[in-house]
Design a protein around this ligand. Sequence first.
Ligand SMILES: [Zn+2]
Length: 524
Amino acid sequence: MSKPSHWADNYAEKIIREKGDKELYVCASGITPSGTVHIGNFREIITVELVVRALRDRGKKVRFIYSWDDYDVFRKVPSNMPNQKMLTGYLRQPITLTPDPYETEDSYARRNEREIEELLPVVGVNPEYIYQAERYRSGSYAEGIRRALEHRERLREILSEHREKPLPPDWWPISVFCTSCNRDTTEITEWDGGNGITYTCSSCGKEERLDLTDTGAVKLFWRVDWPMRWAYEDVDFEPAGKDHHSQGGSFTTARPIVTEVYEQAAPTTFQYDFIRIKGRGGKISSSSGEVVSLKDVLEVYQPELIRYLFASTRPNTEFAISFDLDVIKLYEDYDRCERIYYGSESVSESRTAKERRIYELSQVEHLLDTMPTQITFRHLCSLIQIQDGNIEGMIDSLSIRTSEEDLNRLRTRARCAWNWTQTYAPDAFRFSLRPRGSEPLELAPEERKAIGLLRREIEENLDTHDEKSLGEAIYTLAGEAQIEPKDFFKLVYRVLINKEMGPRLAGFLLTIGKQRALEILGGY
Ligand SMILES: [Zn+2]
C-alpha cells in the first residue's frame, strides 16, 4: 500500500504502528461541561472522529469514548446565565449537582452535555459517552485513587518539576467533596495507608473517615485523573490542545504518571490548534455568550461542509471559520471537491486522490451513488430569497427529479443560505421581492416607459434568453428608453426589490422567472 496522503490516515497508521495489532483500539476525547461547548472544543471531537473513521476504513474495531468531566467543581458563575444568586450558592460543588439555571435539565452539567450530544450525530459523530461523576460515585476508580495515594511522593516530584515552587510536603493527589455540604472545601487529615481517608470541611465543620471502596466523594486532581483514566480505559489515542501539550502542560506530566504509576504506555497523541472566527462581529447573541457553538456553525454550514472544513485542514494548523463572504467560497471549494470525487471535473492524479479522500471523510453517512444536485450557495441565496425563505416552494419551483436523500441535502443547504442572507450576508446580498398585489411605485413618465419596454421583452423573449443575451437586451432597452444603463438598473431594482442594487440583473430576472417578474412589472 502506498503512503496515504491524508493526515487522518497517517495517524491511523501511526496508532497501529505504535500500539501493535490489537483486537480493539480505544480513541478518546473529553471535556468539562462547565459552559457551552464551543467550536474550538469541537475541533478535538471531530479530529478524533476522523482518525476513528480512518482506523475503521482499515478494518479495525474501534471504541470511540467521549468523557464528560462532570465531577469537576463549579468554579465561576458565567455572567450570561440567569439565576446568578442561586448559582453562586453552588460554587465549589460538583457541576453535576449544580442546578440548571434555565430549570429545564437535571443539572448545570447536563444542560451543556445535552446540546452537544444532540448535535454530534447531525455531523456524523457518535461516540460512547462516559460521565465521570457516575464513574467516581460508583467507586469504579477506587483502585486508581489508591494507587495515586501509594505513589503520592513520586506524583509530587513529577508535578513539581514543572512548577516554579514545588508542591508542599502535605500535598495530596486527591480532593474530597464534603458529604454534608458537597463542597470541596476540605482538608485531608489522614490516610491510613489502605482505603481509609479522613477529612475536615472548612465550610460546615464536618469531620469524617471515608472508605475508598464505598464512597464517591474522593476525586483525583485533573493532572492525575487524566492518566489514571487512560489506564482504566486502555486508551490508544487521544489528541490534546496546544495548552495541554506545552512544556509542563498536562500531557507532559500525564506521560510519566501513566507509565510509572499506572504501568501503561501513554496514548498516541498530537496537538491540535485553535480555531478563529471570522465575520461574525456584533452578531453574537447574548444568550450564547461570547462563544460560537456547533449549533451556530450549523446555521450557516451544512453538516458535510463542517466535516470538510476540518478534514481538509491539518489539525496542527490554525484556521478560521467564516461567517462573512468567505462562506460562498468555502461552499464552492466543497462543490469542486465533490465534482472531482464523481469525476465530473478532472485535475492531476495526486490532487484527485487527495480530494477524493477529503470528500469521503466529509460525508456524514454513506456516499451517494451519483453526484448530488449542485446548486451554488450564491445562487441558492437568490432562489431562497425570491421565495421569502419558503424551502418547499423553492424546491417545487426547481422541479428537479432526484432522490429524497439528495433533496434533503438541498433543503439543508437552502436553509443555511436563508439563515446566512438574513443574519450575516452583506446588504448587497439581501433582498425581498415586492410582494404580490403591492402598490406600484410612483414613476416619472420616461421611467414607466422604460419598465414597459422591459416587461414586453420579458413577456415575448425571456424563454429564449440566456444570461448573456438578456444582459445585452437590457442595454438595448435602456438605449431605446434614453436612460443611462446604470440608472436603468437602479430603476429596475427599485421596482423589483425596493433597493438600488441587487444580484446581477439578467441572471436575477431569469431566476425570478417570467410569471413572477410580470406580476411585479405588470403594474406599470
Ligand atoms: Zn462541608
